[in-house]
Design a protein around this ligand. Structure first.
Ligand SMILES: *[C@@H]1O[C@H](CO)[C@@H](O)[C@H](O)[C@H]1NC(C)=O
Ligand SMILES: [Cu+2]
Length: 327
């Protein structure tokens, strides 16, 4: 309570018009959940989202602090969680977001037996379920995943269908790299109750701690968007572990650190495709029934109804909500 009041005081000093951003609403199972409202009085606020102080970023100096976990000094919950079935989607809606270019990263952590609300998310417990960075073009001038949030304020993630039910924290994070050698990190956490009949959980090779998961020397953080190499490089290494592929088999363990742009955007395209279908089974059956789209052909988009499978050697890559292309 003392900390909440402290945040409220800080918030009163910060202009609402400051740039940057934060998640303000979550939608799952057709239900909207208000997130933490950092510029409202903290006193008495209840939300599935953990309290955070405002829309300002964390910087390299914060990588070793507990703030990196949920954008607060290790606070616990305000008493409520959202319910979502494994395999269903979570839409995070940012109240505002201004920076291009940026990457989008989404993590989960299984809460201890006592539940999420009294837990601060400490330990080597976090695994990545979604990420996307540079989608196409060069680092300096290309399309980045965060552009979608600049344009729509929304990002949709699928809870791995095989995930063991239980209480989880979800951690959305944007990493903006518009300033040379000064990455800005925007993490926020929320409390979930995952239902379903899954039995899988990530093995330890996918688990990281916050702080601990990132280092200032990670290629995606020790990064200069204005450097000569950024004018030509067409991949970007997203910080953190590989995305958990969502089975118990532990495949995909080849990942050494974050996967590059192509692999990660492919992963997200898969998720986006799943969003449009009512079930994973529907995706699988349509996949088997259509003729693969040739390289550079359209393979997705909100008004697209054709085949979503790309010819071998190319990957369906989302450019916007309305257009995905085999690249
Ligand atoms: C973004 O999500 C909100 C729900 O929070 C929804 O009302 C809105 O239509 C979405 N916007 C776009 C462009 O998809
Ligand atoms: Cu900013």
């Amino acid at each position: 309570m003392v900390l909440r009041l402290a945040f409220a005081t800080i918030a009163a000093l910060v202009s609402l018009a400051s740039a940057h951003g934060g998640v303000g609403v979550y939608t799952m199972e057709g239900k909207e959940y208000d997130g933490w409202q950092p510029y409202n009085s903290a006193d008495g606020q209840v939300s599935i989202e953990r309290q955070y102080p405002g829309y300002n970023p964390l910087l390299l100096a914060d990588l070793t602090t507990v703030n990196l976990r949920c954008n607060n000094p290790g606070l616990t919950g305000t008493g409520v969680s959202a319910t979502v079935k494994a395999g269903d989607t979570i839409l995070a809606h940012w109240t505002q977001w201004t920076h291009r270019p940026a990457s989008v990263l989404v993590y989960l952590a299984k809460c201890p037996a006592a539940g999420c609300n009294s837990w601060d998310g400490s330990g080597t417990v976090w695994f990545k379920i979604d990420q996307a960075g540079l989608i196409s073009g060069t680092q300096n001038a290309g399309i980045w995943a965060g552009d979608q949030i600049t344009d729509t304020l929304n990002w949709t993630t699928t809870v791995p269908a095989s995930l063991t039910p239980g209480e989880y924290l979800i951690r959305h994070e944007l990493i903006a790299v518009h300033q040379a050698n000064n990455p800005q990190l925007y993490p926020e956490c929320a409390q979930l109750i995952v239902t379903g009949a899954g039995t899988a959980s990530p093995d330890s090779s996918y688990l990281v701690a916050f702080p601990g998961a990132y280092s200032a020397s990670d290629p995606g953080l020790d990064f200069n968007i204005d450097s000569p190499s950024a004018m030509t490089a067409t991949t970007y290494t997203i910080p953190g572990p590989s995305v958990w592929p969502g089975s118990g088999a532990g495949n995909g363990g080849a990942g050494t650190g974050g996967t590059g742009g192509a692999a990660s955007s492919a992963a997200h395209t898969t998720l986006a495709t799943a969003v449009k279908s009512s079930s994973a089974a529907a995706v699988a059956s349509s996949a088997a029934a259509c003729a693969a789209v040739v390289k550079f052909g359209q393979c997705g988009g909100s008004t697209y109804s054709g085949c979503t499978i790309c010819a071998s050697g190319s990957t369906c890559t989302k450019s916007s909500d309305f257009y995905s292309q085999c690249l």
